[in-house]
Write a protein that binds this ligand. Structure first.
Ligand SMILES: NC(=O)c1ccc[n+]([C@@H]2O[C@H](COP(=O)([O-])OP(=O)(O)OC[C@H]3O[C@@H](n4cnc5c(N)ncnc54)[C@H](O)[C@@H]3O)[C@@H](O)[C@H]2O)c1
Length: 390
């Protein structure tokens, strides 16, 4: 299959490209390296050192005998997207090329606008280019479990049957996001659903849980790390906790720590995306996958990091709760369904504890680097203080 990855230089895009190459696909990618720049803009950097894309690609060519067909450019430029789709004529496009940090989108109006415009426009460009050039191509779009919010009822995979005033229908499950970033994903989902209704576009809309971990088989084989962010803007809770333990700082859950989310390992995220690509929807189908493996509360994550760090180094990090910079429920019901990927054959490859253990190992090799990033871990971006900063 010819597969185009938009956002091929990112945390998920890079290891996904490696996996697809080893499975014999022709892999193409686009990126404008904006995550590298945005992370630097907030004073941070990937905790694991990552080489330039050109160097990565040269190593891949040597190891796998075949590289990634790379196009440098911005997904929000329609001419660029049309040119690439026309040149590659992909069977499938994986769209990962969006601003992916909730805190970044909440810094102020400038970042809110940037996130809103960039994310929605990139998806619309792709929708139109596929409709006009390769209408049979499969769009695999990364959304987030955060689109649903945390309702006090079970969360289905995209749609549910509802009865109101004696009549029944199957409707999209209500979305209730908790940052501008998460709302962009809701808007993308609506736009993809609409494109499917009008033009029959084949879409898999992935509601992905939080991805953790540093390793896949191919990362280990090539020695090429994927990025790993630990700062308050781009780092997930688990990434930040792991870094805090390594630099001997307290582990700092936000608020009460009862916030519960779905999680899956990097390797499992890549497995799921590969399964979705190799089992595409029919023309005219729009399907939603809830892509996560297990749910954990923030407190459970903190305790796992504490216990695993102690097991490895004999020293127990302290857990200190800090004021929650976000506006979110800190204790709530959470029960999303996730059966569709299992029906395609998805099985978990690695459990969270061994993944955290490996991440501690990998990050500990760069303790010095982490020490230099220590000032960017604690929260500085507050939902209620979101600023006008043009
Ligand atoms: N990592 C997670 O835990 C997670 C969870 C749920 C959903 N997602 C979604 O998955 C996708 C990928 O996430 P990630 O963690 O790999 O993010 P990432 O930021 O590491 O990767 C995104 C890549 O896309 C590129 N990019 C962004 N905007 C672009 C544009 N306009 N033009 C060209 N390139 C652009 C970036 O430079 C980066 O290399 C995102 O859409 C994110 O919202 C991620």
């Amino acid at each position: 299959m010819k597969i185009l990855i938009m956002g091929v230089d990112g945390y998920i895009g890079f290891p996904l490209a490696l996996r697809l190459l080893t499975r014999g696909h022709d892999v193409y990618g686009i990126d404008n390296f904006i995550t590298r720049k945005r992370v630097q803009k907030v004073g941070s950097d990937s905790a694991l050192p990552i080489s330039s894309f050109a160097f990565r690609n040269s190593v891949i060519k040597k190891k796998f005998g075949k590289g990634i067909g790379f196009f440098y450019g911005d997904a929000t430029n329609p001419k660029f997207i049309y040119r690439v789709i026309n040149e590659v004529r992909p069977d499938a496009i994986v769209h990962l090329a969006e601003q992916r940090s909730a805190p970044y989108s909440m810094i102020g109006l400038k970042e809110a606008n940037e996130t809103m415009v960039k994310n929605i426009v990139s998806t619309l460009n792709l929708i139109y280019a596929v409709k006009d050039i390769t209408p049979e191509a499969h769009i695999l779009k990364l959304g987030t479990m955060g689109e649903y919010g945390t309702p006090n009822i079970d969360i289905p995979e995209g749609f549910f049957e509802i009865e109101y005033h004696g009549r029944k229908d199957v409707l999209p499950f209500p979305r209730n996001a908790s940052s501008w970033y998460h709302w962009t994903k809701v808007h993308d989902s609506n736009n993809l659903m609409f494109a499917n209704k009008v033009w029959g576009t084949k879409v898999t809309d992935v509601m992905q849980g939080v991805v953790y971990g540093t390793r896949t088989e191919e990362i280990e084989k090539t020695g090429l790390y994927t990025r790993f962010d630990i700062d308050e803007v781009y780092g997930t809770a688990l990434n930040r906790f792991t870094a805090e333990a390594i630099i001997n700082e307290p582990i700092t859950p936000y608020g009460k720590g009862g916030q519960t989310r779905g999680f899956l390992s990097l390797n499992d995220s890549i497995e799921c995306l590969t399964l979705a690509l190799e089992n595409p929807p029919e023309f005219g189908e729009y399907r939603v996958f809830n892509q996560f493996d297990e749910k954990y509360s923030v407190n459970q994550l903190a305790e796992m990091v504490r216990d695993l760090y102690k097991e490895k180094f004999g020293k127990e990090p302290e857990i200190v709760h800090v004021d929650n910079p976000r506006v979110e429920k800190e204790e709530h019901y959470y029960n999303p369904e996730h059966e569709k990927l299992k029906a395609l054959g998805y099985k978990r490859t690695k459990d969270i504890k061994s993944e955290i253990y490996d991440a501690i190992d990998d990050l500990n090799k760069f303790k010095e680097r982490l020490m230099n990033l220590r000032n960017v871990i604690m929260p500085r971006t507050y939902w209620k203080k979101s600023a006008y900063n043009l």
